[in-house]
Design a protein around this ligand. Structure first.
Ligand SMILES: C[S@@+](CC[C@H](N)C(=O)[O-])C[C@H]1O[C@@H](n2cnc3c(N)ncnc32)[C@H](O)[C@@H]1O
Length: 334
């Protein structure tokens, strides 16, 4: 009897570089204390701890909804790009949300997922395997990418640049591992103005919700105190892992200084962010079972409607730095 050939995903998984460090989802108090002084240790502890529940926490899926979202971000800043790219790399992949959905949407054919957190790489590879995608992966720091020069056609990231101490060094590394003519593209970064109003709205909503739900007749809407305390502790660690916010023009300057050509930053979500941040904070402050499917669908449709308003109208009158999300793209010169 002859062995049947391995499916592509399995063949690629065999190429995962060993030994990667093992995930550590249960940090000790000592490690947490050390992490308060060490942003990269904080990244690993925080994201290893979050990895197994991350998709659920952020409503990440690998179906049409998130494929359209990921591909929509890509085409918003790189319309007419020569897709599909051959080999793509993702930095700070988390559970694989961006690259796996871009691959499903036809933006790249094969992929490598990397993250500082071993727990995240493990979940991203599992997600890729479940989707049958040809993806390999390894633990990697974006400031020192462990791949050879001129390896990839596309390097992407989502919500990762603001965690990296030296952003210009990371972009220089992206350009090194890109083939000449290859593209880098990062989405989901907070603007400086957007982050200011999002944090302020989040804080106000958290205080209002946790105070109002102390009233006896609203006690069913109050999460147990231990869970609220744990959310506050996570928020404290978040302050150690969130290092930057970006002005779009400054981000363009950093990408050019790293050596990229055809650099362009694009911003999104103004009304959608003013609405979305209080909603997200409210949802984190009340028990999960109170948020019915009907409620979630309504909120999602409201967010879609406001995003449409942002694109069709507000983009023409509101300066780009007031929008919440910034993305950046550039090309490695030939
Ligand atoms: C906010 S999460 C985003 C995850 C995923 N890209 C997404 O959008 O769902 C940021 C990710 O970046 C990773 N990260 C932080 N600093 C990093 C670094 N220096 N190099 C590589 N990954 C890093 C974290 O471990 C985490 O998984």
């Amino acid at each position: 009897m002859t062995a049947s050939p391995e499916p592509p995903a399995v063949r690629h998984l065999a190429a995962v570089q060993d030994p990667d460090p093992a995930p550590n989802p249960h940090a000790t108090e000592e490690q947490v204390q050390a992490a308060l002084q060490d942003t990269k240790l904080a990244q690993v502890l925080y994201h290893d701890w979050e990895a197994e529940n991350y998709d659920e926490k952020w409503s990440i899926s690998y179906d049409r909804r998130c494929i359209d979202y990921a591909v929509g971000r890509f085409t918003a800043i790189a319309p007419g790009a020569p897709v599909p790219y051959g080999r793509a790399l993702e930095l700070g992949c988390g559970t694989g949300f961006f690259l796996l959905n871009l691959m499903q949407g036809g933006i790249a054919s094969t992929g490598s997922v990397t993250d500082l957190s071993p727990g995240m790489v493990q979940v991203a590879l599992r997600n890729a395997r479940n989707l049958g995608l040809p993806v390999d992966g390894r633990v990697a720091d974006a400031e020192t990418i462990p791949y050879d020069d001129d390896t990839f056609d596309l390097v992407v990231g989502h919500a990762v640049l603001h965690h990296i101490p030296d952003v210009e060094q990371a972009l220089r590394e992206c350009l090194r591992v890109l083939k000449p003519g290859g593209r880098l593209l990062f989405a989901g970064e907070p603007t400086t103005v957007g982050n200011f109003y999002a944090r302020w709205l989040g804080r106000m909503t958290w205080q209002a919700t946790t105070r109002v739900t102390r009233l006896p007749f609203l006690s069913g809407w109050r999460r147990p105190q231990t869970e609220l305390d744990s959310s506050s502790r996570a928020a404290a660690l978040e302050a150690v892992v969130d290092l930057h916010t970006f002005d779009p023009a400054e981000l363009e300057r950093i990408a050019r200084s790293a050596g990229a050509a055809a650099v362009h930053a694009h911003t999104e979500e103004f009304a959608a962010a003013l609405w979305g941040w209080p909603v997200r904070t409210f949802e984190a402050a009340v028990p999960e079972e109170k948020l019915t499917l009907r409620y979630r669908l309504f909120m999602y449709r409201a967010w879609l409607g406001l995003s449409w308003l942002d694109e069709k109208l507000l983009r023409r009158v509101v300066p780009r730095e007031f929008f919440y999300n910034v993305m950046i793209t550039g090309i490695k010169p030939r």
